[in-house]
Design a binder for this molecule. Structure first.
Ligand SMILES: C[S@@+](CC[C@H](N)C(=O)[O-])C[C@H]1O[C@@H](n2cnc3c(N)ncnc32)[C@H](O)[C@@H]1O
Length: 198
């Protein structure tokens, strides 16, 4: 985990562009979290907390999980600066080992594209959700302009829906909510949000 690319970029991750894109995502995720005040939220691949640290008023607790220690150090500093008492971090990579955890809601924002075995991570997240719990995925739509050995070039809605359903999720909804200029590896791209129930 120490040598991953996110360790190197943690201190310069929060650029103006990423902050602006995060605002667009936060707006969309917030509308998914109405009536979630008594729920625990696990933000898998939280990074510096650009998304979930803007959601702390909507849920009971937030656990920010990431496989980069340095990303989490920045998230932790924000938690203390903002005085958030319901948010904490966990250094972990569920593709290696999933700790004994339970959550009402799991959020994955711009993380699935970085994980080679999509089905396996979705299965791990399914397993840790309570029955009736919700998975929210935000990611890029499939983009043929992108070709990188370590990154999925986005996802086709129908293929991802099929994988979510094979893993056991039901009530799967997915929609494209934003088109942006040079937002995915310097290419114009669109993002989707999906919500599924265990
Ligand atoms: C593009 S950033 C997104 C950060 C944040 N979710 C957001 O939307 O601003 C991807 C994050 O996923 C984390 N990540 C990548 N692979 C991971 C894995 N297997 N387990 C946990 N975190 C992972 C990286 O360390 C990085 O912080």
């Amino acid at each position: 985990m120490e040598n991953n690319v996110f360790e190197q970029m943690a201190k310069r991750y929060d650029t103006e562009e990423r902050i602006q894109l995060a605002k667009v995502i936060v707006k969309e995720v917030r509308s998914e979290l109405q009536n979630s005040k008594s729920n625990s939220l696990l933000d898998y691949g939280s990074g510096t907390g650009l998304i979930s640290l803007e959601l702390s008023d909507l849920v009971e607790s937030i656990l920010l999980v990431d496989s980069s220690k340095q990303m989490l150090e920045i998230a932790e500093a924000k938690i203390s600066r903002k005085g958030l008492t319901n948010s904490k971090v966990l250094y972990s990579d569920f593709t290696q080992d999933t700790p004994e955890l339970k959550a009402d809601i799991v959020l994955m924002s711009l993380v699935l594209l970085h994980i080679p075995d999509t089905k396996r991570i979705l299965q791990e997240l399914f397993n840790l959700l309570y029955d009736g719990g919700k998975l929210i995925v935000v990611d890029f739509d499939k983009n043929d302009k992108i070709n990188h050995p370590k990154v999925h070039n986005g996802f086709l809605h129908e293929e991802l829906k099929k994988t979510l359903s094979e893993v056991g999720f039901t009530s799967i909804e997915m929609k494209t909510f934003h088109h942006g200029h040079r937002i995915f590896m310097n290419q114009d791209a669109s993002m989707f949000i999906s919500s599924s129930i265990k």
